[in-house]
Design a protein around this ligand. Sequence first.
Ligand code: MOS
Length: 725
Amino acid sequence: MKFDTPAGTNPIDRLRVVGQPHDRIDGRFKTTGTAPYAYEHHEAVANPAYGYVVGAGIAKGRIASIDLSVARRAPGVLRIVTAENAGRLGKGTWNIAKLLAGPEVDHYHQAVALVVAETFEQARAAASLVAIRYETAAGSFDLAASRHSATKPESGNPDADVGNFDAAFDAASVKLDETYTTPDQSHAMIEPHASMAVWDDDRVTVWTSNQMVNWGVGELAKSLNMPAEKVHLISPFIGGGFGGKLFVRADAVLAAIGARQTGRVVKVALQRPLVANNTTHRPATMQRIRIGASRDGRITAIGHETWSGNLPEGKPENAADQTRLLYAGDHRLIRTRLATLDLPEGNAMRAPGEAPGLMALEIAMDEMAERLGIDPVEFRILNDTQVDPENPERRFSQRQLVECLRQGAERFGWSARSPAPGARRDGRWMVGIGMSVGFRDAPTMTSGAIVRLDRDGVVTVETDMTDIGTGSYTIIAQTAAEMMGLPLSRVAVNLGDSSFPAAAGSGGQWGAASSTAGVYAACAKLRDEVARKLGFNSDEAEFLDGYVVAGNRRVPLADAARDGEVGVEDKIEFGDLSKRFQQSTFAGHFVEVGVDMATAEVRVRRMLAVCAAGRILNPKTARSQVIGAMTMGVGGALMEELAVDKRHGFFVNHDLAGYEVPVHADIPHQEVIFLDEMDPTTSPMKAKGVGELGLCGVGAAIANAIHNATGVRLRTYPMTLDKLL
Ligand code: MOS
């Protein structure tokens, strides 16, 4: 099904199942420990062998020699995979460096060997006996020091110039010119990258923990130098990803090579201490923001320059991109610059670009409001735009940001805020409130599905879409149930298998809207097929309560499958509506913090997000997404930082003891409100996505609340108490 004109009324609009706050249909499996994760497909394998990854002990240089002789003789060892014996390997498109190093080493903890043994403990013990001599080369590890050598990236959209920024900024009555920094961050998901591989002749099956099954097949095929048709990837449950599992990593590639060499099933769970340096992270940024405004608060000039670093051939963190679209202003400047750093691979982490970008921009907006003597909410409303400021012909398909802010201010009790910092006390706590804007695009991707109706009237959906803990299973079941006129209990959903039709996968907050639209397309085809079989005119047939109905004829849906299952496949393909309209999601974030007067400890006391994100397919799972993202925002504001060892070039705090994320006790009262919205330009579902929106801006709202509480303006994340004292 091609989607190229705004959606009209369709069966989804009945909202009997879609739009309802159903519990997750996979919830029971997860909470009872019966959902198989990548390392746990015991049903599929007997007698597995275990792999243990050896990570490079240097950041840059080469392996002078590897001596495997002692390790090979250790108890239980079956094989030791290195670049020397792994055969000819390729490199995937999405990974920057090779997933098995040798002889060159590109970053610290890049895999250099996989020890495969009968037990995990034997593999681990033998790994410590692998003797590697390195020749170390000098590398660059310090973004601030490398900033002057940063260059304009060759691809992407790094610069924008509208009007005459310099002149307008010079002439502005009120201005701001400040620099903000965000640190390197780790995805810190609970389930580490893990895979299990087995070969059958020249075909490989890999159970892995991966957000993008279809990408993963291609990447694995490239890495292993084999045809994609011979790679079978299975990823039905994922214990968190946050972008770290958009790409196949060393666990998958090495498990496959280890399995080929041993003829066994090989399981590899990347050891927790390797995750931060071996896999990807969100790169640190330095961001210079300049805003000029007239005395009445209208932005005349807005400039956002951002610097980040990455390995050669890596991409920048696009932290200035949202500033192209968020606020009005005739004179604009965007610069994205990239330095070469020899730290581990920088890549996507939840809301890549916007998350760190808004952490900076939304503090700057608070500072500007203060300089102008205008309320921060009103300042943003004053500078709202309904068109793309770089291309005013192009409108937002929907932009209810002002409504998000007004409702949020009302519900949060914003009017009680004292504009003067340090005015409120509660015992030993200085109390302040702050707000920010959340903004994130709503991309869509081609998505396919198979739907089958059996003689019991059960509909089964199969698509390679994944569920990273977000609720994909449930909203897909809801979509099929609505389309086929069935209760949720009559729909089964199978996900995350590359033998199913390719779908969007979980990333970029495109998953929910795209994958359900693919299921919609397949169900529309199934309805036609059912109607034909039962002798209905497809345009007149209604699918309700397990029956197909038209006029006074009413036939059980299951009758269509009397002579055998009815199955169809289709996909949704998106035309140019996403180019003609700017499709985005919006939020107003409101936060109250307390800051301890003696220790400067910051506690978040309450949070509210008001979101406008198209039709909300399931208010319960969507709320959970936003609450999870707000929690992540607390981590980003107050705790998360990969500490860079600038001499040796690695992240020092590379486990969950040293890399701090919020725990339940850190999380206060959280409330989420969704505006009633549907966007007919996005898909027949009229939905967008919320998975990343909930994080965007949260850090700045906390920073602004800290300022309101204390009068201290912090521009460096994370805002740990040492910076406040
Ligand atoms: Mo997201 S960073 O595209 O998983």
